[in-house]
Design a protein around this ligand. Structure first.
Ligand code: SF4
Length: 100
């Protein structure tokens, strides 16, 4: 009986630890192939931005220097243009706006 009780307790503790771990996990990254990402020219590496399509892009532009970037720590963070997903700090898209 004691073993059974210990087993149940371990299961409950294990399950809640797993659940809280999942809650803390970062949102999935935006894929460059997502329709929204494609329409905004999003790339996970700013250096790979399409220079022909976006001639105003400069190498100092990246999500981490964008006013819309909500990530507090590298390497990734939220962006309101991609709800439920995160962008890479060194990424870039054509909606980039200089951080004030
Ligand atoms: S709007 Fe800014 S933070 Fe969002 S993907 Fe584009 S460059 Fe990155």
């Amino acid at each position: 009986m004691t073993n059974r009780r210990v087993f149940i307790l371990q299961s409950v503790v294990g399950t809640s630890a797993l659940a809280s771990g999942m809650a803390m996990a970062a949102a999935p990254l935006v894929a460059e192939t997502d329709a929204n990402a494609k329409s905004l020219g999003y790339v996970a590496d700013s250096a790979k931005a399409d220079k022909t399509k976006y001639p105003k892009h400069t190498k100092d532009q990246s999500c981490s220097t964008c006013a819309l970037y909500q990530g507090k720590t590298a390497p990734q963070g939220a962006c309101p243009l991609f709800a439920g997903k995160e962008v890479v700090a060194k990424g870039w898209c054509s909606a980039w706006a200089k951080k004030a």
